[in-house]
Ligand binder design. Structure first.
Ligand code: TYD
Ligand code: MG
Length: 454
């Protein structure tokens, strides 16, 4: 006797529970479990047999036998997007593209799809905007519109039926949060619907060898709705990030089955849509004439390339019992750690000072190679001592005050030299074997040496 199977899914984090309970075990949220009917479950025995019968069509091969001759990737037409995806779009890939409202997800995908539709079947499914709105935008951006197929639909079953008929090579679902399936008894937008729709579309992508981009909105706390469930079923997850007042948008991958993660692509939102930024170092460095204390340029490593960014620190006498430590674009804990190292090994006490640190241009830096630059920026502001304009810094700072090498030191130095920097303070382990033309490299092994080099 077939019995309806159901699961209880948390609306916040998307984790599964076999029975209803007041609090989600995974994220600790209260009253967020909703029942999801998963269709009928057969008894274990019939399931085994029916599974066995259905397995007839699948074949076992060795890894070596798998045909690699078909071109596994195609270009999206945007090298910044290709780089983030690991070198292009893989047929049959399910790609989730997340971002704040207004980040430019729809614009980017519309541009990509209009270009790609010239070479292959492309289907753009919009559940949020009307067809007229999309068409107006495409016309305004002067995109080629004659070949792109459009569909306004939110039912996943309908979309897949139509896609089966149209046989596109690439599809866009804008957005996954408005999609719903009739089988799932839950309102559109709920975690259960999003998760089932994404899983269904991912299966569809694999079976029909069509690459699918799914647009996902980001919740208040900056995560994709139902992040865990979405992330494990899709192949790539990329985030289009940009704060409201900057026209620059960064595209970063958080999961990629076909390439490295943490690649960075940079776009600029202009009156004529999103444009690629070929030389991001130049924009993040656009500095005024006057150099101020507390400002230093560092070289960070983003995926496969170096990026020059300016870091600013402001150290000021505090009126508060607990002085403020604010880091924008950097990790707060790292800032606290560096202040301790500075006190203990550099003899500089800032416990009565407010410390603010900011990465210019809204870039987020997560790597430890920024330590030394942050430390020197704080010292520069604390001593009210302006660093020279042509100085560039990178390196990790250890707890015992040692300066540790970082990866790709040579490439970082070359990038800085290319942008006209003449002096560099780097870890000893990153000292170049051959001198770099036009650049004086000061290799330091200890915090005290770095402070002396200033
Ligand atoms: P959109 O792609 O609709 O964002 P999302 O789908 O991520 O929510 O982008 C909308 C924003 O981009 C909107 O605030 C206006 C801006 N924009 C431009 O500045 N120039 C343009 O050419 C376009 C199309 C949009
Ligand atoms: Mg949109």
């Amino acid at each position: 006797m077939a019995k309806a199977k159901s699961a209880y899914v948390c609306n916040d984090c998307g984790s599964d529970h076999p029975r209803w309970q007041g609090q989600c075990n995974a994220c600790g949220a209260w009253n967020t479990l909703t029942e999801v009917r998963l269709g009928t479950a057969k008894s274990a025995r019939t399931e085994r047999y029916s599974g066995y019968a259905g397995a007839g069509s699948s074949q076992v091969q060795t890894l070596a036998e798998i045909d690699l001759s078909e071109v596994p990737r195609f270009s999206s037409g945007y090298s910044e997007l290709d780089r983030v995806l690991g070198g292009g779009i893989v047929p049959g890939a399910a790609i989730l593209i997340g971002g704040n409202p207004g980040a430019g997800k729809s614009t980017l995908l519309l541009q990509v799809m209009c270009q790609l539709s010239q070479q292959m079947g492309a289907l753009y499914v919009t559940g949020e905007e009307s067809l007229q709105q999309v068409a107006m935008r495409a016309n305004r951006l002067s995109l080629p519109t004659d070949k792109l197929k459009m569909l306004s639909e939110t039912s996943v079953e309908q979309i897949c039926l139509i896609a089966e008929r149209e046989k596109p090579a690439i599809m866009v679902i804008d957005s996954i949060q408005v999609m719903h399936m009739a089988d799932v008894q839950s309102t559109p937008g709920s975690v259960a619907q999003v998760r089932e729709s994404a899983a269904f579309l991912t299966r569809f992508a694999k079976q029909n060898n069509v690459a699918i981009f799914m647009v996902g909105h980001v919740t208040k706390d900056g995560t994709l709705a139902g992040p865990k469930v979405l992330e494990h079923c899709i192949d790539c997850s990329v985030l289009l990030d940009g704060n409201g007042d900057s026209r620059f948008r960064t595209l970063r991958s958080h999961k990629n089955r076909f390439g490295a993660v943490n690649e960075l692509g940079v776009f600029a939102m202009t009156g004529a849509g999103l444009k690629e930024v070929a030389n991001p170092s130049a924009i993040f460095l656009s500095r005024g004439e006057e150099q101020a204390p507390g400002s230093v340029v560092m070289v960070v490593w983003e995926g496969t390339r170096p990026l020059l960014v300016e870091l600013q620190a402001l150290v000021d006498h505090s009126q508060l019992a607990n002085p403020r430590r604010v880091a924008v674009g950097l990790e707060q804990n790292r800032l606290a750690m560096l202040l301790a190292v500075l006190h203990r090994h550099g003899g500089m006490m800032m416990s009565d000072q407010d410390v603010f640190a900011n990465v210019v241009g809204g870039v987020k830096v997560a790597e430890t190679g920024a330590d030394l630059a942050l430390l020197l920026a704080m010292v520069s502001s604390f001593r009210d001592h302006t660093l020279s304009r042509d100085l560039v810094v990178f390196g990790e700072v250890g707890l015992s005050g040692e300066i540790r090498p970082v990866t790709n030191g040579q490439e970082r130095l070359s990038e800085a030299a290319k942008h006209g920097f003449r002096r560099a303070i780097v870890p000893k382990g990153n000292a170049p074997r051959q001198p770099i033309e036009g650049m004086e490299v000061i290799a330091v092994g200890k915090l005290t040496e770095a402070l002396d080099a200033l």
